[in-house]
Design a protein around this ligand. Structure first.
Ligand code: NAD
Length: 393
């Protein structure tokens, strides 16, 4: 099959390489020239273990190419995945501008039947909006090409994205069109052969599945964090508590690890968006509203703990080891480390830090805090330190 992937970020790249591995011809398109240059030079714009090798393999077989030419990508593909970012706006809602841009690009260059696959996490009804955008432009162009929309939310975890793509718990396909569903089954034929369950539903349900799943995991993490806080005050051992809880099959041991709060590009954004959708629909999800607050408090709690232990952090040198929001990634978006560093810095601490992958990303995010020392290794970082905060898994 001929497939285009619009947006070569974390999700787009992982999907591209495996769809190419399945034997499809994949055109990866991005409007960021620098990113495409890097990929064409055989390097990677992101860190994801194992990704480079699979790209090289598929380049070798000429099954994958990278371009900024959206016209070329649209005209030469039957299935177009939209994998652009869906950042959070200041009011907590999802910014759909990148999706709209790609929908317009598709409509401007459509030359035959196209199946448009929405991979991103978006508020319910975005699939319908994408359809409207394409329909309106086709009308203006006086063209009558057929197209279908599918919502196919991705559940990849950063750092384990390659494993997750090949071993998903389920593939969700939401569409009104039988033809579209059949094409999607063909796209994921290898996974179907591997007995992965396929959930076929409408677009709105598919969009809701993603939000409901991510928000549930965020609730679980925050619940354990608050139980951990209570354990600490009562001489109870949270590790034993969660280990015993996890043995209960109804609870499961996953996402039962306490820590400094969840971060990353998904949970914080998705919980806020779902809370907003709930309020807008006059169907508030109070558990999610509380989870968001609990998570913010958890990050600050770590700062309070450090300050209490040291009595005063002013002019003390504090080393932060671990910047990414979890292991095996360079992603520092909404990472607890960012809040902890910012707060300690504002309280007068001198910060030194190291992370094996996320130094560049963190440098960019923390550039407004002058004087932070980014070290070359953990041993260099701890020299002369008053305290060491290990913010890794
Ligand atoms: P990202 O920010 O890493 O990548 C988005 C890419 O889209 C960037 O390379 C950007 O240059 C490109 N882009 C923006 N506008 C474009 C345009 N008009 N044309 C072509 N390219 C354009 O985002 P991501 O982390 O890959 O996430 C993509 C979506 O998948 C989001 O909705 C996210 O919520 C969802 N998702 C992410 C994860 C994850 O772990 N990152 C997991 C599951 C789902």
């Amino acid at each position: 099959m001929k497939i285009a992937i619009s947006g070569t970020g974390y999700v787009g790249l992982v999907i591209s390489v495996y769809l190419a591995d399945f034997g499809n011809n994949v055109i990866c398109v991005d409007n960021d020239e620098e990113k495409i240059d890097i990929l064409n030079k055989g390097q990677l714009p992101i860190y994801e273990p194992g990704l480079k090798e699979i790209i090289e393999r598929n380049k070798c077989y000429k099954r994958i190419e990278f371009t900024t030419d959206i016209k070329y990508a649209v005209e030469n593909s039957e299935v177009i995945f939209i994998t652009v970012g869906t950042p959070e706006k200041e009011d907590g809602s999802t910014d759909l501008k990148y999706i709209s841009e790609v929908a317009k690009d598709i409509a401007c260059h459509i030359n035959d039947y196209k199946l448009v696959v929405d991979i991103y996490t978006v508020p319910i009804v975005t699939g319908k909006k994408v359809k409207e955008i394409i329909q309106n432009i086709l009308k203006d162009r006086k063209l009558n090409y057929k197209f279908d929309i599918v919502s196919n939310p991705e559940f990849l975890r950063k750092g384990k994205a390659l494993y997750d793509f090949m071993h998903p718990d389920r593939i969700v396909i939401g569409s009104e069109s039988k033809k579209a569903i059949e094409i999607m089954k063909e796209v994921y034929r290898v996974l179907k052969l591997n007995d992965i369950p396929f959930i076929i539903t409408n677009i709105e349900t598919a969009e809701m599945i993603k939000y409901a799943s991510n928000a549930f995991l965020a609730i679980k993490i925050s619940y354990v964090n608050e139980i951990a806080n209570l354990c600490e005050k009562n001489d109870a051992d949270i590790q034993v508590v969660t280990s015993a809880m996890g043995k209960d099959g109804r609870i499961s041991h996953k996402f039962l690890h306490c820590g400094p709060g969840y971060g990353g590009s998904c949970f914080p954004k998705d919980t806020k968006a779902l809370a907003k959708i709930g309020r807008e629909n006059n169907s508030p999800i109070t558990l999610i509203e509380s989870t968001i607050k609990a998570n913010q408090n958890q990050k600050l709690k770590m700062v309070e703990k450090i300050e209490k232990t040291m009595e005063n952090v002013k002019d003390k040198t504090i080393v932060i080891l671990g910047l990414a929001f979890k292991s095996e990634t360079d992603d520092v978006r909404e990472a607890p480390s960012m809040v902890i560093i910012e707060e300690l810095y504002q309280r007068g601490a001198k910060i030194k830090t190291f992370d094996p992958q996320a130094m560049e990303e963190a440098r960019g995010k923390l550039k407004h805090l002058k004087g932070i020392i980014f070290c070359k290794g953990e041993y260099e970082a701890i020299e002369g330190a008053d305290a060491l905060a290990i913010i890794t898994e």
